[in-house]
Design a protein around this ligand. Structure first.
Ligand SMILES: Nc1ncnc2c1ncn2[C@@H]1O[C@H](COP(=O)(O)OP(=O)(O)OP(=O)(O)O)[C@@H](O)[C@H]1O
Length: 260
């Protein structure tokens, strides 16, 4: 498989009234075509900032972002978000409430011919298992169904790369786990390459081929779930993986009513 996405020593910072605040410092990663990568890390470590930079909403202070042979970003160079062939499913990327499911999915297909658009909508409804719901409105759907529509809308224009920012965070525990597996199946079926951002380790391990643990504005380890678990590159990564696993176990015990 060939490499699709390359983040080459990227640095990102925010201009604030108190000066420049560095967030990401020479972060690098490579993602192969058809793989699902996941950025995992504590709140505020810069995961969303990296995703926004890939989408084209944050300029780079150093480094470069490549999609295949195309340089998307470098200091002083920025391909516009709408020309990047990157789809997005962000946690606050709500569906349009006044449009039915079909029209939500068709949103990015306005330039397509009518027959091609109709065929694509049918394909996507079937892909996300909502064939019977095309005429329904978002408020008539469950949270999980709404996120499946959001996924279909993001995939509709056939992006080369899909970005998912905490896509399951507003769902209950059971639904988010089920949907994480469903989304993985859908992306694998269609061969899409995707980057997911989460602070939930179970979600990362359920969905990703490669996981990057973010610490101090960089990636401490970029590895398969197996590699991360069995061969952590540093004591910090080992601690993070263990601490998260322990918290997940405690949360499960709490939900089962076993915790004190
Ligand atoms: N527009 C902004 N201006 C200034 N600082 C910002 C801005 N957006 C984010 N930050 C800061 O940059 C840091 C990284 O934020 P980011 O949202 O990327 O973190 P995150 O890892 O995605 O967090 P979470 O898991 O809580 O969503 C945080 O300290 C945040 O406060």
């Amino acid at each position: 498989m060939s490499q699709l996405l390359k983040l080459d020593h990227i640095s990102l910072a925010y201009d604030t009234p108190d000066g420049v605040v560095p967030v990401v410092d020479h972060l690098s990663l490579d993602l192969e075509q058809g793989h699902i990568g996941c950025l995992l890390g504590a709140s505020g470590c810069g995961k969303t900032t990296v995703l926004r930079a890939i989408a084209g909403f944050e300029p780079l202070r150093a480094g470069a972002i490549w999609l295949g042979d195309t340089q998307l970003s470098a200091p002083g160079h920025q391909v516009e978000p709408e020309h990047r062939h990157v789809g997005m499913m962000f946690q606050d990327y709500a569906l349009f409430p006044h449009l039915n499911v079909e029209k939500n999915i068709a949103f990015g297909l306005r330039r397509w011919s009518k027959p091609r658009r109709k065929a694509r909508i049918g394909e996507l409804l079937s892909l996300v298992g909502l064939e019977a719901s095309g005429r329904r409105y978002p408020h008539e759907l469950s949270g999980g169904q709404q996120q499946r529509v959001a996924l279909a809308r993001a995939l509709a224009p056939e992006p080369e790369l899909l970005l998912l920012d905490e896509p399951f965070s507003n769902l209950d525990v059971d639904t988010r786990e089920r949907l994480a597996f469903e989304v993985r199946d859908i992306l694998k079926k269609t061969g899409h390459t995707a980057i997911l951002v989460t602070h939930n380790q179970a979600e990362a391990f359920a969905i990703a081929d490669r996981i990057g643990v973010m610490q101090d504005g960089a990636i401490a380890q970029w590895d398969s779930p197996y590699g991360l678990h069995n061969n952590p590159a540093s004591a910090c990564v080992a601690d993070f993986v263990k601490r998260e696993a322990l918290m997940a176990q405690r949360a499960q015990a709490y939900l089962r009513g076993e915790a004190s």
